[in-house]
Design a protein around this ligand. Structure first.
Ligand code: PEP
Ligand code: MG
Length: 553
């Protein structure tokens, strides 16, 4: 057993605290033989009661929670009682199947259907897993598995965390998270980033850490240290507290130690998120993901309706730069009125701007709506198309934008766009590198697959080199090259991107201050050295450590 276990750090922060493990599901053997007829009704009642109790548990938590957490838990309560699985389970019991097997079978069957549907429906499979574990525990007379309520502030350890686990985390008692599975884009990582909770994911040896052990978790280094005798843990925690205080106090704008300005922008999905982002020290919006406003729309909203939606985001940033992305529908973000239904390989299918080619009016009407919303907004919005793969697509899009007085750009998400960056930049006004998809397509690794987290890491040298190649093309032509994927939210990687010549960084607004503080501590020459060191590396972890070392010199 080693004293230090390692994973991927996703949220910086040093915490010393005892650990609590997420309560596991205790499996109990279920009789294989059919139930005698006279016991079947009682067995059905047992399942009905277990379902009711689990649903009530979610509802109780929903009533105590607020906002998004209350919505997640309310939806779980509804899904628990969904007749789509409860009915077949009760039918199986009436045919003689014991309740746990009937529940498992019915939930597995509905999960398979959701998986086939893909996108947001597939994401509900985790919810069904949470419901399954709770119902099975209830049937076995065990406490429901899930996040315990510790008596002192603790670090939560788990194989992985579901939306139900994280919806109402008590941040006074859970002060950091580490998971055995998952990568930088896992649900756990996203939630930790939103809440500013120090977090390490993908810790292969996490099982070595026992309930009650006091450990030092370092979210930047991605480590948990168990034997603290040789460390001045309290001094490390105090130094981190000073760093966090500096992050909280940071008011922008982002400037390196030698006075070079860096444009920090926010990624937003709607007007509410834009209002929240506007309260943070950001210079505008670098990515407005318009598709998030239409994930449940069965019918395409009219130009006027769309314009009203877009205006809410523009209104939150008067006199500031706003980059609006046209619909990126398809694959993990199906928009009912736009997406094709069944595709064998949706991430490589008709998604993003490819829908505009299949249904040309769609994007033109969206551009009309953006232009209408922008009528009272200065400066004029920048508009970019997602999933562009050819120069012809970019040229046509630019023409359509300029005809409406809009500044035209494209995202660099497909490797072809990075490799032809200069040719693309000749026909558009700017490009923005979407490192989430660029990594997915460069590494041929599904960004949603937790097993592939080591590949979907934006520190992968191939991704870094393509990003640099794109930045160089921008510098030659004097046109802006931004980054709007998760990579921009990593303070060290942000310095590397600046060192490569990237002209703006767009990220979850909550991440901006930590990036701003890191930039204020280094010079532009340090950033260039860090970029050079990272670009020479042949593995993601070497790139990360070489960059950190170059900045620390
Ligand atoms: C990206 O791919 O990096 C990006 C910013 O777009 P999205 O995450 O919305 O696909
Ligand atoms: Mg993308």
């Amino acid at each position: 057993m080693t004293d230090v276990v390692r994973g991927t750090g996703v949220v910086a922060g040093v915490v010393k605290a005892p650990v609590v493990w997420k309560r596991p599901l205790m499996m109990h053997p279920t009789p294989l033989c059919a139930l005698p007829t006279e016991r079947r009704e009682a067995e059905a009642q047992r399942l009905t009661l277990a379902v009711q109790e689990v649903a009530e548990g979610y509802t109780r938590r929903a009533n105590q929670a607020k906002g998004e957490a209350a919505e997640v838990l309310g939806a779980l309560a509804q899904l628990t009682c969904d007749r789509g699985w409860v009915r077949p389970a009760l039918k199986a019991i009436s045919d003689g199947m014991p309740a746990p097997t009937a529940a498992l079978d019915a939930l597995e069957s509905i999960s398979a259907t959701f998986r086939r549907l893909g996108g947001v429906m597939a994401e509900r499979v985790t919810d069904l897993g949470d419901i399954r574990d709770r119902v099975i525990a209830r049937l076995a007379g065990q406490p429901e598995p899930g996040v315990p309520t510790p008596s002192v502030p603790s670090i939560l350890l788990a194989d992985d965390l579901s939306p139900a686990d994280t919806a109402d985390l008590n941040l006074d008692l859970i002060v950091a998270i580490a998971t055995r599975l998952g990568g930088p884009t896992s649900h756990t990582a996203i939630v930790a980033r939103q809440r500013g909770l120090p977090c390490v994911v993908g810790v292969t040896d996490l099982m070595d850490v026992q309930e009650g052990d006091t450990v030092l978790l370092d979210g930047a280094a991605g480590t948990l240290t168990r034997r603290l005798a040789d460390l001045d843990a309290d001094a490390l925690v105090a130094a981190d507290a000073r760093r966090r205080a500096a992050v909280d106090a940071w008011e922008g704008p982002a400037v390196t130690k030698d006075g070079v300005s860096v444009q920090l922008l926010a990624n937003v999905a709607d007007g509410v998120a834009a209002e929240e982002a506007a309260a943070r020290p950001v210079d505008g919006v670098g990515l407005y993901r318009t598709e998030f406003g239409f994930l449940t729309a069965q019918i395409e909203p009219t130009v006027e309706e769309q314009a009203a939606t877009y205006a809410e985001v523009l209104k939150a940033f008067p006199a500031k730069k706003v980059v609006v992305r046209t619909l990126d529908a398809g694959t993990d973000k199906p928009v009912p009125f736009a997406s094709l239904s069944e595709e064998p390989n949706p991430a490589l299918g008709v998604r993003g701007h490819r829908l505009a080619i299949a249904q040309p009016g769609l994007v033109l009407r969206q551009l009309d709506a953006i232009a209408l919303a922008a009528a009272n907004h200065e400066p004029r919005p920048w508009v970019m198309a997602p999933m562009i793969s050819t120069v012809d697509e970019a040229a046509q899009f630019a023409q359509d934008c300029r005809a409406r007085g809009l500044f035209a750009g494209v995202m660099v998400e497909v490797p072809a766009a990075a490799l032809l960056a200069e040719e693309f930049l000749r026909v558009v006004d700017f490009v923005s590198v979407g490192t989430n998809d660029l990594t997915q397509y460069v590494m041929a690794a599904d960004r949603l697959a937790p097993e592939l987290a080591h590949l979907t890491d934006p520190w992968q040298p191939a991704v870094l080199r393509l990003t640099k190649f794109t930045a160089d093309a921008g510098a030659r032509l004097g046109k802006p090259v931004g980054v709007c994927g998760e990579a921009a939210a990593d303070p060290i990687l942000a310095c590397v991107l600046v060192g490569m010549g990237i002209t703006s960084l767009s990220m979850a607004a909550a991440a901006a201050s930590a990036v701003g503080v890191q930039l204020s501590r280094v010079t532009s020459a340090d950033c260039e050295r860090a970029a050079e060191a990272a670009l020479k590396a042949t593995t993601a972890s070497d790139a990360r450590s070489a960059a950190a070392a170059a900045l620390a010199e």
